[in-house]
Design a protein around this ligand. Structure first.
Ligand code: LHQ
Length: 261
């Protein structure tokens, strides 16, 4: 599939997906959603890809749904159907991908763009970036996973306030609240994100993926269920080549050479 609304670049074990409609602040139209979905599928199938970076071209990460595009479809369109067919598949794909997904949040992440940013596993933000639940400004509720991700990250009161005020939360506050892992100078974000992603791509990818699965699935389990589930996944990780390599490297006092399996 040739892409027109995203860039997809693979190098050094890292796939970088750049949302690329900068004149619309990378608002999502159907084509962009389906191209991003295709790119994440590729990242899942290609074993040489061991980390994915998602970022935006220009001054925004993403302004969410392309409102002009959506309005042009007329009154009869079902938002629920649009969500199920598009954003839900993309967000599930990001969470189901058993490789680290690093959000390099270069600018404003609004509406569904905020949902996509929050679906990444780790977020690095440019110092000028911001998060905005723009939905209530147009009389909608948060969607694209925001109701699930955001209260878990920042707590209910902050999440609800962000939703009903639609205020822009700057990167510094997002850091204080735990929405982002790190804030870096805007002009250094691409290099810092790329270096971090390369480091992650050199890690024990199978264990990173199983950790993602463990943390996502145990969230609403009882402690007993969670202990049983992590023991089951640890059995798998414990049979990996990377586990053998990690132990050997430790005993031989050398850096490990993980292959990802
Ligand atoms: C845009 C957009 C945009 C089109 C900037 N669309 N053109 C799911 C399912 C179905 C229906 C509805 O929604 C959803 C989920 C959602 O995502 S709902 C939330 C949708 N997003 C918004 O409501 C955010 C709309 N954008 C904004 O509020 C502002 O653009 C922000 C605060 C993000 C940035 O403000 P500024 O930095 O002042 O930029 P700007 O507003 O001047 O935008 C630059 C251009 O981008 C401008 O076009 P123009 O031709 O005038 O230069 C905007 O019209 C265009 N643009 N967002 N979502």
């Amino acid at each position: 599939m040739g892409y027109e609304t995203i860039l997809f670049d693979v190098a050094d074990g890292v796939a970088t997906l750049t949302l690329n409609r900068p004149e619309k602040l990378n608002a999502f139209n159907d084509q962009m959603i389906s191209e991003a979905l295709d790119a994440f599928k590729k990242a899942g199938r290609d074993e040489s890809i061991r980390c994915v970076v998602i970022t935006g071209a220009g001054r925004a990460f993403s302004s969410g749904q392309d409102l002009g595009d959506f309005q042009s479809r007329g009154e009869k369109v079902s938002i629920a159907e649009h969500l199920r067919h598009g954003y839900h598949r993309l967000i599930r794909q990001m969470v189901a991908l058993e490789k680290p997904v690093l959000g390099a949040i270069n600018g404003v992440a609004a509406g569904a763009g905020c949902g996509v940013a929050l679906a990444a596993d780790i977020r690095l933000a440019a110092d000028g970036a911001s998060f905005m639940l723009a939905f209530s400004r147009i009389g909608l509720i948060p969607d694209s996973g925001v109701n699930w991700f955001l209260p878990r990250l920042v707590g209910y009161a902050r999440a609800y306030e962000m939703a009903i005020t639609a205020e822009r939360v700057p990167a510094s506050r997002a850091l204080e609240w735990g929405m982002v892992n790190r804030v870096v100078p805007a002009d250094q974000l691409p290099e810092i994100a790329a270096a971090y992603a390369r480091q992650l791509a050199g890690g024990p990818t199978l264990a990173f993926g199983l950790t993602k699965r463990a943390m996502n699935r145990t969230w609403d389990m009882s402690l007993d269920e969670a202990l049983a589930y992590e023991a089951h996944l640890q059995e798998v990780a414990g049979r990996s080549e990377d586990n053998r390599e990690g132990i050997a490297a430790f005993l031989e006092k050398r850096p490990p050479a993980f292959k990802g399996n």
